[in-house]
Design a protein around this ligand. Structure first.
Ligand SMILES: [Zn+2]
Length: 477
């Protein structure tokens, strides 16, 4: 056992000279697999943390040894002081001492807040007699204060820089997202990198007053979406992509569309509380930028109304989304109008909501995702060419969905038949798929029990494709 352990240690030491410890970039293949596995398991936070991490294996050289010694100095020697603060970081922050000083500045007997906790209570809880628990509490209060200070700019002049930092973060994620499969990348982009990174900022600051920076963020978002999906989006297509999934988009929302609804909902949600706080101090009850936001909202369109539930962001957002939908429908004709109406149906975007997982069969390969998105948004799928069946294949790729020689047509049909058959079997309804002797290949036989008698009946399954030229006139109405 001892010799085995020594052997393992020596082999581990010797391997430092080999190229075993590769950089993160050269090991990107395994990293990619790990990230995708985390998404498959629904661990988006872990996937994003790993994706954006710059950590890598340290090389086994003298520099690494020196840096390790710096991090773990000999206890018998004097400990080195921590590095000087970075002067380039201008974020306002507080220390534990600042928090303690602020708490001590309250006079004894100061009135309690809305929660009933008096400053005297806090003073006692963080006093020396409170011991370890007191130190933990003051540490938590310090982190809370720093979170509030760093999360949102206090003055308008700092808002552009805050938006720009979010834009740079989005662009920095672009190259890393390209290493992942497109389905995983678009899910991470939608749920972690795009709007979620700027939502807090939009709810707390007047971002609509910084149109250039907001436009830069939206342009960067469009760039990343095009890069991930490998499709080219023109103006109307990008506007549709920025709609919520329930309204026919991809759910990759633009900051331009969400900024005002987010701020207005947040402002109205906290209005009562702020009025009470400011009224208590005799500072009045007006909140800055709210009236400007309402004016900007009403100036968007003559149909822009004030919702009943002012504190609900979706209530404001739905009005803007409806206006955008009507604008897109008004500018579309024929097949495009039919497509826009079809993708607005509730079930049409269910596949975009599914967590990609190869184990559940919900992970789309890059090409399938590209075609599915292109059909949803009306993008160019391919170069026009002649199909093997002799028909002309347009750039929209619609011919492949109705071509009699299309290889995917029958598997899709069989898959649909099988889903319905399994649903019936799950409901304890006897069902026979494609019984021999019937002329149609897509017929079922269901043995229906009525008053103790077993009666078979048949039905067929067919899926009308709304983008077919022959069906467009009906769906276009
Ligand atoms: Zn064909």
């Amino acid at each position: 056992m001892t010799s085995k352990v020594k052997s393992n240690i020596m082999s581990s030491v010797n391997s430092h000279d080999d190229e075993l410890y590769v950089s993160r970039r050269s090991g990107s293949r395994s990293i990619k697999k790990i990230i995708e596995t985390k998404v498959f398991e629904g661990d988006f936070r872990g996937a994003v943390r790993l994706l954006m991490s710059d950590d890598s294996f340290a090389p086994g050289d003298a520099d690494t040894l020196a840096s390790l010694k710096l991090k773990h100095p000999d206890p018998s020697r004097p400990l080195s002081f921590p590095p000087e603060p970075d002067p380039s970081i201008t974020v306002l922050s507080v220390t534990v001492e600042d928090v303690l000083s602020a708490l001590a500045s309250f006079y004894s007997g100061s009135a309690a807040g809305l929660d009933g906790i008096r400053p005297g209570h806090l003073k006692e809880l963080v006093s020396v007699s409170a011991g370890e628990n007191g130190r933990r509490l003051v540490g938590c209060l310090t982190r809370l204060a720093n979170f509030l200070l760093s999360g949102s700019p206090i003055f308008l002049s700092a808002v552009p820089e805050a938006i720009t930092s979010r834009t740079q973060l989005l662009l920095s994620a672009q190259e890393r997202l390209k290493d992942l499969s497109a389905h995983v990348a678009i899910i991470l982009l939608r749920m972690c990198f795009a709007l979620p990174k700027i939502t807090y900022l939009m709810r707390t600051t007047p971002t609509w007053l910084c149109p250039e920076e907001v436009s830069s963020f939206d342009n960067a978002l469009k760039l990343v979406v095009q890069s991930v999906l490998n499709v080219s989006l023109d103006g109307p297509q990008w506007r549709q992509a920025a709609l919520p999934i329930r309204c026919g988009g991809l759910g990759v929302r633009c900051a331009r569309d969400v900024g005002l609804p987010a701020f207005l909902a947040s402002a109205h949600g906290v209005a009562n509380l702020v009025t009470v706080l400011l009224g208590t101090n005799g500072d009045g009850g007006s909140m800055p930028f709210v009236s400007d936001a309402v004016s900007a909202w009403l100036s968007l369109s003559s149909d822009a109304a004030i919702p009943e539930s002012k504190h609900v962001q979706r209530a404001w957002d739905d009005i803007g989304v409806k206006l955008l939908q009507e604008h897109l429908l008004g500018g579309a004709v024929g097949v495009d109008k039919a497509r826009l109406r079809a993708v607005s149906q509730p079930e049409s975007g269910a596949w975009l909501q599914a967590i990609p997982s190869p184990h559940l069969g919900t992970l789309l390969d890059d090409d399938s995702l590209r075609v599915a998105v292109a059909l949803r948004l009306g993008c160019k799928v391919c170069e026009p060419h002649i199909c093997t069946c002799g028909s002309m294949v347009e750039a929209d790729g619609h011919h492949a969905l109705s071509c009699r020689r299309c290889t995917g047509r029958f598997p899709r049909h069989h898959a649909l038949n099988d889903i319905i058959r399994r649903a019936l079997v799950s409901a304890n309804i006897p069902c026979v798929l494609e019984p021999p002797g019937l002329s149609r290949s897509d017929e079922f036989v269901i043995l229906k029990v009525t008053k103790g008698l077993v009666k078979p009946f048949f039905f067929t399954v067919g899926v009308p494709f709304i983008l077919l030229r022959s069906r467009s006139p009906t769906t276009d109405i």
